[in-house]
Write a protein that binds this ligand. Structure first.
Ligand code: ZN
Ligand code: ZN
Ligand code: ZN
Ligand code: ZN
Ligand code: ZN
Length: 109
């Protein structure tokens, strides 16, 4: 399943995609576009080098394979040692309270 061409919604570390009359819960799969690679040279300017991702860091958390990444400028950052790995593009935006959601089938844990 490609996450490159549609918009998903992130909420509390979950990824949702409105699909017809219901909402799918998505997870970014590990694939060629979204590798689980270490990219120590990744420096995209999305945030200060000293930034450390976490629960309240200001970036939306996104599920990727078996781990959690953070959405920075439409791609996934995976905090790793003293750098961020680039885990590929994700077009998503954070679901806010004021967003009109197409249906009520989301049942976050
Ligand atoms: Zn790394
Ligand atoms: Zn980046
Ligand atoms: Zn962050
Ligand atoms: Zn980062
Ligand atoms: Zn990742």
């Amino acid at each position: 399943m490609s996450h490159d061409r549609h918009v998903d919604y992130l909420h509390d570390g979950h990824l949702y995609h409105p699909h017809g009359s219901h909402v799918d819960e998505h997870r970014v799969e590990i694939d060629a576009s979204h590798p689980e690679d270490c990219t120590p040279d990744h420096a995209c300017g999305g945030h200060e080098a000293s930034h450390s991702h976490g629960a309240d860091c200001g970036h939306a958390a996104a599920p990727h394979g078996g781990h959690t990444d953070y959405l920075v400028d439409d791609h996934l950052h995976h905090p790793h040692a003293d750098h961020c790995d680039d885990h590929g593009p994700l077009v998503a935006r954070e679901l806010t309270r004021t967003d009109a959601w197409p249906c009520r089938q989301i049942r976050p844990r």
